[in-house]
Ligand binder design. Structure first.
Ligand SMILES: [Fe+2]
Length: 344
């Protein structure tokens, strides 16, 4: 315990921590939490690294009224909180007054639908399907950019009822550690090829004959190491996505053939199945006011379906960047166009 924070292992999860501020309650809890976190600026980030890249902070209802508090909390995790006005993000998906907040909501103007397909059928034991390929959609945020971001903070302003609209997390460092030594050696120097979702480079798009979308210079697929060394903890971690966020035309693994039947494709499927197994996964069933902080350098996540006809959902996300690791030293940002003007 430090700085009045109580930090315990996250219940019902093989990894992650649960953070509360002791001695504070009521309408000023959120303000008190942020003030305490700023007064001891390493306390919450240190907990994030100690608990393997995942923290749940419940009860931050005050962010709903004062969204700047989310940006203040985000600043503790790195040198730069992404300004979505500067990174070609559709304005309808950016908070009206706070340009560092991405709005993930089925309400206008963001109007983002839930994952297209209803949830896969429950497992035979009644449990929530989490493991790839039964569950699909696992990704790490913005892996189609170099350098990729470090940390995401995700806040539930309006959650949907429990049992739907969950966010699933998998621990890529723990999954790497558990791999057979032969697999670790095999993947040590391989790169995956990542691409923006919606580019029609997924196995399904290829199978359905959908033509790949032309990509401009700053939208090109990006190589990322299959194994990343975490710049803070020094731990190696798997770093990959699956269907829509990898390029299955030129990849998905550089040098291991091309396309959904390639050796690289089989490797991605095998690693993703391992990574999303029960020893490494957690399902967050949201309450209003919950905040989840996760480290994109060593976790993947996925969204589950919710009934968008019956329920409103309003989530706010920030992205923190600036410490991707030595692999990316001195690189220019791949996703910022050099000469083309930003669209109005
Ligand atoms: Fe995401």
């Amino acid at each position: 315990m430090s700085a009045g924070f109580e930090i315990v292992p996250l219940p019902n999860s093989p990894f992650g921590g649960l953070v509360r501020l002791q001695g504070a309650a009521g309408p000023d809890y959120t303000q008190a939490f942020i003030a305490a976190a700023e007064a001891a600026p390493q306390a919450v980030p240190d907990a994030l690294y100690r608990y393997e890249g995942l923290l749940l902070v419940p009860g931050l209802h005050g962010i709903r009224q004062d969204p700047e508090l989310l940006v203040r909390l985000s600043r503790l995790f790195g040198p730069e909180v992404e300004n979505y006005h500067e990174t070609l993000t559709e304005r309808s998906k950016v908070h009206e007054t706070v340009k560092e907040i991405l709005v993930v909501s089925n309400m206008p103007p963001a109007s983002k639908p839930p994952p297209a397909l209803p949830d896969p059928p429950r497992r035979a034991d009644g449990g929530l399907p989490m493991q790839y390929p039964h569950r699909k959609g696992w990704h790490t945020d913005q892996s189609y950019r170099r350098p990729p971001p470090d940390i995401s903070l995700f806040f539930a302003a309006i959650a949907v009822p429990k049992g739907q609209g969950q966010t699933l997390f998998a621990n890529c460092a723990g999954a790497y550690e558990a791999l057979p030594e032969a697999t670790k050696r095999r993947i040590a120097d391989l790169d995956g090829l990542h691409v923006m979702p919606g580019s029609n480079r997924s196995p399904e798009a290829i199978r359905d004959g959908r033509p790949p979308k032309p990509l401009r210079a700053h939208e090109q697929p990006q190589r990322q190491p299959l194994v990343r060394i975490h710049p803070v903890t020094g731990k190696p971690s798997l770093y990959l996505c699956e269907h829509g966020q990898m390029d299955w035309i030129e990849g998905p693994v550089v040098g291991l053939g091309k396309g959904p039947e390639s050796e690289g494709a089989e490797l991605v499927r095998e690693l993703m199945h391992h990574l999303t197994g029960p020893d490494f996964t957690y399902a967050q069933d949201w309450d209003d006011g919950d905040m989840i902080i996760w480290d994109n350098r060593c976790l993947v996540h996925a969204a589950t379906w919710f009934d968008a006809d019956r329920h409103r959902r309003l989530m706010w996300r920030t992205t923190v960047r600036g410490n991707p690791g030595r692999e990316y030293d001195g690189e220019e940002r791949s996703w910022i166009p050099r000469r083309e003007p930003e669209p109005a």
